[in-house]
Design a protein around this ligand. Structure first.
Ligand code: SF4
Length: 216
């Protein structure tokens, strides 16, 4: 059986969603509904692009060796745990990838109530950022958008950052537009950013990235 992952978008290089240089896969669909999620258009499970594990593994495998990690964001990566776990198996057969994922569920929930696939993916991660985005607790923290969200270093591959501060936002040129990547350090970033860009006559890429306002 061909395993597919429903993908909203990907990027092949960023420094703001995990340690080092990383690729990112934003999956489509999330069963949670955090108030202030910056990507409501990505919450339905339909839409996006179904991509096979072979296809995504081929894309990652062709990236230069300096891209040492991949981060799963979304949407809810744990909602597509079986496909992402199979992808990790595939890519680590060729390269010692660092793997990080966001999840709106806590690690305790995943460990006690997670499906076998979710617990398997959890066991493959180097870093998990867990918990839902809580707008009332918005904070400029490393790779997280609200203070309830936690960084779990699940292997000894990486160390916690010396300063737990925002990694910032990157602007990427894509086609004729601009897209942004990262965890917004301020609330309502998306609205303000889009307004400011429109004022300057700058086009946003059609499906500009939507790391959830809360560090997803
Ligand atoms: S912030 Fe993350 S967990 Fe919450 S609704 Fe958005 S995608 Fe889902």
């Amino acid at each position: 059986m061909t395993t597919t992952i429903r993908v909203s978008r990907v990027t092949d290089r960023t420094t703001v969603l995990g340690p080092g240089l990383r690729a990112v896969i934003w999956v489509r669909g999330c069963p949670l509904r955090c108030v202030g999620c910056v990507a409501p258009e990505d919450l339905p499970f339909d839409g996006g692009t179904p991509r096979t594990v072979d296809d995504l593994a081929g894309w990652l495998g062709a990236l230069p060796a300096e891209i040492s990690g991949v981060t799963f964001s979304g949407g809810e990566p744990m909602a597509q745990a079986a496909g992402l776990s199979a992808l990790v198996d595939r890519i680590r057969a060729d390269r010692d990838w660092s793997v990080m994922s966001f999840s709106g569920w806590t690690i305790e929930h995943l460990r006690t109530h997670g499906s076998p696939a979710q617990r398997r993916l959890l066991g493959q991660l180097d870093i998990l950022v867990d918990g839902p985005y809580v707008a009332a607790r918005h904070a400029a923290l490393r790779w997280r958008g609200s203070a309830n969200q936690r960084l779990h270093f699940l292997t000894d591959r990486h160390s916690p950052p010396e300063r737990d501060t925002s990694a910032g936002i990157e602007l990427h040129l894509r086609g004729t537009g601009v897209e942004w990547v990262g965890v917004p350090p301020v609330r309502d970033f998306r609205t303000g950013f889009e307004s400011a860009m429109a004022d300057q006559g700058v086009l946003l890429a059609p499906s500009h990235p939507s790391p959830q306002e809360g560090g997803r």
